[in-house]
Design a protein around this ligand. Structure first.
Ligand code: MOS
Length: 790
């Protein structure tokens, strides 16, 4: 059952029109612009800000349970081997050790498997240095560490390979000799299961999911007046959340409780239930606070398998938090890339062909593609993208803040910049010409380019390499487009309690984005209450299922469910309070903490008095996230994609010291859209974070592996250089208020898009400063000097 509903469509302050949608009959009426709302769209501070800065917030790392044991892992010290034996007897006898568990197999989402090569083995194959083999739980962490050193592992060494180009050679040691078994797409940037594999090279994935190959690129290039091509490389970046991966597992007769640092409480529950043969109602996952997660913190991982087994064996809760070294090595990274990009265009800038050949290594995992921007962002009649995974003996990649996209945009947006130069066009004018899908996306990008150019002062841009001295200043721009992901099962429960208080529940977690606050704002709006009056409860799988904090999907998935539940509860309440106000239920209005009949605000009750007058103990309503009103371009049980995307345009100013090779970013202007911003302050916070992480990726971060031992040489946070506060420039952000008529809140995420365009904008600014392209990351002094002298 559906009805027609007219909704806002377009960009506030630009052109704002309307669209008529078929919406499910029980959906709330459309919301007006943010300016007309009292709670939604307001920049309130996040509820837990004080808890966080005072250290009161309880992260998984802080969990202490009575009788809790501490666990450490035994990891491989070699990069590739068959294990002949593991002797844990001495460790087991060590005083204070309570349980030892040896892994019988590798947890599948953490690493690919090769069932043929592993058949008949007692232990999993070792495929990278630092791979977990066993765990030990003891009374203290120090005892566990001491016991770990007593475990004797006998290896039969196999040849190994750690570098992309070495691994691509025909005679390279094989990381996975047989066909691999894969669950999900670990890296998330393309390269899906079932692709052909030759040696260590698997693929190609041609991006069929995202507009795939179409037309004929050879014809396209033959029609081109100008062809620009280049080879681009990006490095492996590790996630480095403030809180490492880990959990506390508490196995009891009546069920398993897990305190997890995770992006998906329900996912942790599901994996634990599946792996330990438990019904899901006997597994409870709690996450009050998660200290960051950028795509790698989804399931239980090998560390979770260990901790749960250890808890079961010891009959006590077990805490297993990874240390910083383990965090870098074993639980995910953004894959490297080698991209050959070729773009053809007519004199007027119109594109005739886009070709991408990409290789990337995600170590012992797959999904090292560079995303789909080459096929998606600029419409082009002839497109061919082919992406390959290259296996190496290195830790598994994982999804990382817009998987593939910062890599892909780094090449695509530099090629577009170069094309503009060759055509004698301004880079923004060229994008106006080629970013022509005619969707709300291209309209948003056009507005973002214009707004950003004004704020940034783009018109003062000088020709490349204008500064005569060795220290050169330049500016650049890059844009990005990302998919809008919805988690269809998302549900929310809203309760009105008899004393007039309101509470909302979702199993969704908060990895730093402000989920609690956003949830309360949406619920408060329906009741005319202040957000801080709403009890906002998340991070517990006993609540209705929430979305994963991944794919920038929490706000876009949770807020419509929350609003729908709140709307139903409010209408239920309206029917109960109407008699005391001598009004019809449909005329009851909740606003500014009062309840009154439409047109008669002078006769009002406070919200609490109205609830008390209605005399009930509790009203509870639950709603799920209805499908996007416009439908999806792709739909699955856990993952649907809206036809409208999210994106942004970023402008960068840099100073390059051509004598020392030092690059300093002096200014970033980031203009982005995320549908209806529910809390602009929190959106800004995501944008700051995304830009900062983007600068860090562009200039500093890089995993260094020792080719001989496979050991990561900088698995720490001093030699693994990340951006510091002195290196963070002025960042100015601007958020478009955009309406697409897609859901009852029209909200979308922002976390991933914020991170995508930064490195490419900096690279284009580098060119403008120096007149030289920098086609490899990071822009470290030796790399910069090499490109300057090229
Ligand atoms: Mo993400 S990289 O979808 O957590």
């Amino acid at each position: 059952m559906s009805r027609k509903q007219t909704m806002l469509y377009g960009i506030a302050g630009e052109q704002l029109g309307e669209v008529t949608r078929d919406v499910p009959i029980d959906e709330p009426p459309p919301l007006p612009e943010n300016a007309k709302l009292s709670s939604i769209g307001k920049s309130i501070p996040r509820f837990d800000a004080v808890q966080k800065v005072t250290g009161e917030a309880r992260y998984t790392f802080d969990i202490q349970l009575p009788g809790m044991l501490h666990a450490r892992r035994v990891v491989s010290t070699v990069p590739h081997a068959r294990i002949k034996s593991i002797d844990t007897s001495e460790a087991e006898r060590y005083p204070g050790v309570r349980a030892v568990h040896v892994l019988e197999r590798i947890f599948l989402t953490a690493q690919l498997r090769d069932p043929k090569a592993e058949a008949g083995n007692r232990y999993p194959m070792v495929r990278y240095t630092g791979q977990p083999l066993a765990g030990i739980a003891a009374d203290t962490l120090h005892v566990a560490e001491a016991a770990v050193r007593l475990v004797k592992v006998e290896y039969e060494l196999l040849p190994h390979v750690t570098a992309l180009e070495d691994a691509m050679r025909e005679d390279a040691p094989q990381v996975f000799p047989g066909p691999t078994e894969q669950r999900g797409t670990a890296g998330g940037g393309g390269a899906f299961p079932g692709l052909p594999q030759r040696g260590n090279v698997r693929g190609p994935d041609s991006g069929q999911m995202f507009g795939g190959p179409h037309g004929d690129v050879d014809t396209g290039f033959s029609e081109a007046d100008v062809i620009v091509e280049g080879e681009y490389r990006t490095q492996v970046q590790t996630h480095v959340p403030m809180e490492t991966h880990g959990l506390v597992a508490d196995w009891r007769e009546d069920g398993l409780t897990i305190y997890a640092s995770t992006q998906f409480t329900a996912g942790v529950r599901d994996e634990a239930a599946e792996n330990f043969g438990l019904p899901k109602n006997k597994v409870r996952v709690l996450s009050d606070f998660t200290g960051g997660g950028f795509g790698a913190k989804y399931g239980i991982g090998n560390f979770g398998v260990l901790a749960i087994n250890l808890s079961r064996k010891a009959g006590a809760p077990v805490r297993l938090m990874l240390d910083r070294r383990e965090e870098h090595v074993a639980v995910g990274n953004r894959p490297s890339s080698l991209q050959r990009v070729k773009v053809g265009a007519k004199r007027d800038g119109s594109l005739t062909a886009i070709k991408l050949e990409g290789y990337g290594t995600g170590g012992v995992s797959a999904g090292a593609g560079v995303g789909f921007c080459h096929a998606m962002m600029y419409p082009c009649p002839n497109v061919l993208t082919e992406q390959y995974d290259v296996f190496t003996n290195a830790g598994p990649c994982a999804a990382f803040r817009a998987p593939g996209q910062p890599q892909g945009i780094f090449s695509l947006e530099q090629v577009v910049d170069e094309l503009a130069e060759r055509l004698g066009m301004d880079p923004l004018a060229l994008r106006d010409k080629i970013d022509t899908s005619g969707t709300l996306d291209s309209a948003a990008r056009a507005a973002e380019r214009r707004i950003g150019a004004e704020r940034f002062g783009w018109s003062a841009r000088r020709p490349a390499n204008t500064d005569p001295g060795p220290v050169k200043r330049g500016i650049g721009v890059a844009q990005s487009q990302w998919v809008s992901v919805v988690h269809p099962p998302t549900a929310c429960e809203v309760r009105i309690v008899g004393d007039g208080s309101v509470e909302a529940f979702s199993s969704a977690q908060d990895i730093g984005t402000g989920t609690r606050t956003v949830l309360a704002q949406v619920v408060a709006e329906e009741f005319g209450l202040r957000p801080e009056e709403i009890g906002s409860y998340i991070g517990d799988t006993r609540y209705p299922i929430g979305p994963p904090s991944g794919g920038s999907r929490v706000t876009g998935s949770l807020t419509p469910a929350a609003r729908n539940a709140a709307y139903r509860a409010a209408r239920d309440l309206a029917a109960r309070v109407a008699p005391s106000l001598h009004a019809r239920p449909e005329d009851i209005v909740f606003a500014a903490g009062r309840v009154f009949s439409r047109g008669a605000p002078e006769t009002s009750l406070s919200f609490k008095d109205a609830v008390r007058a209605a005399k009930f103990e509790e009203i509870s309503h639950r709603a799920t996230r209805n499908d996007d009103y416009e439908g999806y371009v792709m739909s699955g049980p856990l993952f649907s994609l809206s036809p409208q995307g999210i994106g942004g345009v970023q402008f960068a100013e840099v100073i390059v010291d051509t004598e020392t090779g030092t690059v300093k970013v002096t200014r970033i202007v980031a203009v982005h859209d995320c549908g209806r911003p529910i809390n602009p302050k929190l959106v800004e916070s995501q944008l700051y974070g995304g830009v900062i992480q983007g600068i860090s990726y562009a200039l500093y971060e890089e995993r260094h592996l020792d080719p001989t031992s496979g050991l990561q040489l900088n698995a720490n946070i001093d030699q693994y250089k990340m951006v510091g506060s002195f290196e963070v420039p002025a960042i100015e952000v601007h958020i478009l208020e955009q309406y697409g008529g897609i859901s009852s809140t029209d909200a979308r995420g922002i976390a991933e898009p914020a991170n995508v365009a930064t490195a490419a904008a900096i690279a284009n600014a580098f060119y403008n400063a120096t007149g030289k392209r920098i086609r490899t990351l990071p822009m470290s002094p030796p790399n910069v000097l090499a490109w300057l002298s090229a």
